[in-house]
Design a protein around this ligand. Structure first.
Ligand code: 5GP
Ligand code: ZN
Length: 138
């Protein structure tokens, strides 16, 4: 796609610091380096995000995640990694070519904080919601 930054990185029009490439995916360092080694894994096929991704593209992309994440962790000697994927603006997506963030973690004060609000479970409601979601799985 012409006006997509990540398609331009794939084609080489925009330079990037590549860490892995094959026929289906490209992994390169995120320009902002949230932590040292912050890497993006992207499918070469232009797809907006996971919500618009077909199973084949998902298979080709996500199957490479352990390989790249392990390499990032080993190279940076991180104690762990967060795997983050944002879908649509409300979820923090700013580049609309699907990508998976691999963010090495070094200590609690490395500038990243992921917090989830917790709610008291209403098991009746959970059962109904699970059922509603089940019906949408195709
Ligand atoms: P999002 O917020 O969509 O999940 O993440 C997009 C990411 O792409 C951001 O972390 C941003 O730093 C990164 N990014 C945006 N433009 C470029 C670029 O031109 N080169 C590289 N390497 N990363 C980019
Ligand atoms: Zn693209």
């Amino acid at each position: 796609m012409d006006n997509c930054i990540f398609c331009q990185i794939i084609s080489g029009q925009i330079p990037s610091s590549k860490v892995y490439e094959d026929d289906d995916v490209l992994a390169f360092l995120d320009i902002t380096q949230t932590t040292k080694g912050h890497t993006l894994l992207i499918p070469k096929k232009h797809v907006r995000n996971v919500l618009e991704m077909d199973e084949k593209t998902a298979e080709k992309t996500f199957s490479k995640l352990p390989k790249v994440a392990k390499a990032v962790q080993k190279a940076t000697k991180a104690k762990g990694v967060n795997i983050i994927n944002n879908n649509e603006e409300i979820a923090g997506q700013t580049v609309f070519h699907a990508h998976i963030h691999i963010v090495p973690r070094f200590d609690e004060k490395d500038g990243i904080s992921i917090n989830y609000t917790t709610h008291e479970p209403d098991f009746e409601e959970l059962a109904q919601l699970a059922n509603t979601i089940q019906k949408e799985v195709d």
